[in-house]
Design a protein around this ligand. Sequence first.
Ligand SMILES: *[C@@H]1O[C@H](CO)[C@@H](O)[C@H](O)[C@H]1NC(C)=O
Ligand SMILES: *[C@@H]1O[C@H](CO)[C@@H](O)[C@H](O)[C@H]1NC(C)=O
Ligand SMILES: *[C@@H]1O[C@H](CO)[C@@H](O)[C@H](O)[C@H]1NC(C)=O
Length: 430
Amino acid sequence: MQAAMARSFVMPTHITMLLGLVLLLAGVVSGIQLPFIGKPLMPSPISHEEERYAPGFTLRHIFHHGTEDHPKLHLRKDVGPSYRMASGRRSFHVSSRLKTVTRMSQRDPDFIESYLHYARTKGAVAIDFDWTHQDIMVPDITDRDTMVEFAKVTADAYVEDPTAGDWIDVGLPYNETDGFGWDSNGLRGHVFADETNTTVIIAIKGTSAALFHSDGDTVTSDKVNDNLLFSCCCARISYLWSTVCDCYEKAYTCSQSCLESALYAEDKYYRATLDIYRNTTSLYPNANIWVTGHSLGGAMSALLGRTYGLPTIAFESPGEQLAAQRLHLPFPPIPLNEITIWHVGNTADPIFMGVCNGPTSVCWLGGYAMETQCHAGLECIYDTVNDKRWHISISNHRIRPIIDMMVSYNTTPECVAPTNCQDCYDWNFD
Ligand SMILES: *[C@@H]1O[C@H](CO)[C@@H](O)[C@H](O)[C@H]1NC(C)=O
Ligand SMILES: *[C@@H]1O[C@H](CO)[C@@H](O)[C@H](O)[C@H]1NC(C)=O
Ligand SMILES: *[C@@H]1O[C@H](CO)[C@@H](O)[C@H](O)[C@H]1NC(C)=O
């Protein structure tokens, strides 16, 4: 089964130069639409190259989940071949390998969400989960081209949708009288699947802030969520800052239960991410699901991956460990280096490195309280400061230069467990 899956292959509808070259190397003649799915493309012997680049992922659905004023809004757009062709969306090719992962044996959304609710309301109770070991396909993070493809998938999730009108309501129907412009706020999930629907990738769209990206459409809610997820106490930096929740009690003292409820609020990104996952799994109930994202989207993907035990590649994510703890996300009883959540970043990105803070940083000047530093997963760090003489700058957080940078390396960095990282240690949480 696994071998058959690894060898299945269908030509993408749109091939970029780079991908074309890759396919050529794989011994594939481009331009042919292959009718047979799930069979080896070339006569035997199958080379390693072919297995590495099968199967191809294409965009299938876009979810848009409302937040802030429209938390019940949840729309889905189904994407077919003609749309992909018209919008120039290509397919993505990644290599995978079999790995034994440890995750909760009971992982359906109803169970997980009721656990999250229970853990939050009952406080820090030790819950004895039933853990299971499963052999599943995971992305091959030692393969340079696979990493680059994942980065491109996250970049694709930023691409605005050129067509409008064919959204399907999957939450409560949107009430037009509530106001227009629902698409200016909220979280977006782009769902990709391989040709057999065996593996599905959810790419979560992150920060559009003018500070981090050139132009975006979800700036306001992104900023609120950034400040909620990555600050010690509701972005209560000083009395001059407007806070995103009311958990501050007194100097360096913050209410823990208040923070936990704020993060889990219906109108914030974490719950929206859970809804996108729930809807995706109901479309692909038997699929092996992977998650990815960049920046805030990277952090959300890591939180989702942690919640459900999904292989996750997060790019340039701010430290999300504190949020994972506040949400009581399950941590499997395995050595940290066995975790399949990979945080990819570079040393010249102050957001990823957790140094975009302090009164003179661009983050603070922009009103972003990016105080956390710790990632809850393995860190795969490109040392661009030493290798490339990059200066620490917010521009090294953007996904485009990151993709070029990753291509310029022949290998991928080793992914290692961070050592004893603790955020906000000067605060008391009661
Ligand atoms: C839409 O909102 C308006 C004003 O808030 C309300 O009067 C109306 O009943 C709502 N319609 C639906 C279908 O919920
Ligand atoms: C894969 O899922 C799509 C829905 O996105 C469905 O139309 C298609 O028939 C499925 N293909 C296979 C091979 O199951
Ligand atoms: C999709 O998500 C909405 C919440 O936004 C939920 O009410 C609905 O039940 C979900 N649908 C499926 C099929 O999971």
